[in-house]
Design a protein around this ligand. Structure first.
Ligand code: AMP
Length: 133
């Protein structure tokens, strides 16, 4: 897939607006690197999104452009959020959709944390409230 299939970072995207406090969210955690909040349409009993505090379109953009302290801070935040949600023992799934084939809808890099139920080992689709996917 060429880079031209990924739109440029749009500062009006919904997660950028949540970061700026222009839209509400059900906040779970915040630090210098990341903000975590409940997904508006949960696909599991626990479905939390973790987003970096920076203009990163996707996993590819984050991986290419984020400075090391941001990468470490962001991924530590993902781990902390899952731990604080009580998911470490029973387990959880993390997902980051990138681009059209990945099903990305919001073009501000984010990691989904799914927990609270058993999920199938089939990984070709997002978890669904109707099955154990
Ligand atoms: P995706 O870009 O496909 O990885 O998923 C975007 C996710 O953002 C979806 O799971 C949506 O339900 C979620 N979402 C969209 N708008 C909001 C919002 N205002 N607050 C919380 N979650 C949202």
């Amino acid at each position: 897939m060429s880079d031209s299939m990924i739109p440029a970072y749009d500062r009006t995207n919904v997660f950028a607006r949540i970061l700026r406090g222009e839209l509400p969210c059900k906040k779970v955690y915040e630090d210098d690197f990341a903000l975590a909040f409940h997904d508006i349409a949960p696909l599991a009993p626990i479905h939390v999104l973790v987003i970096p505090k920076g203009d990163y379109i996707s996993q590819a953009d984050f991986g290419a452009k984020a400075p090391p302290e941001m990468m470490v801070g962001f991924w530590r935040a993902v781990s902390k959020v899952a731990r604080d949600l009580g998911l470490d023992t029973e387990g959880y799934r993390i997902v980051a959709n990138h681009g059209p084939n990945g099903g990305q809808l919001v073009f501000h890099f984010h990691v989904h944390i799914f927990g609270g139920r058993t999920m199938s080992h089939a990984m070709g689709s997002m978890p669904s409230p109707d099955n154990a996917g």
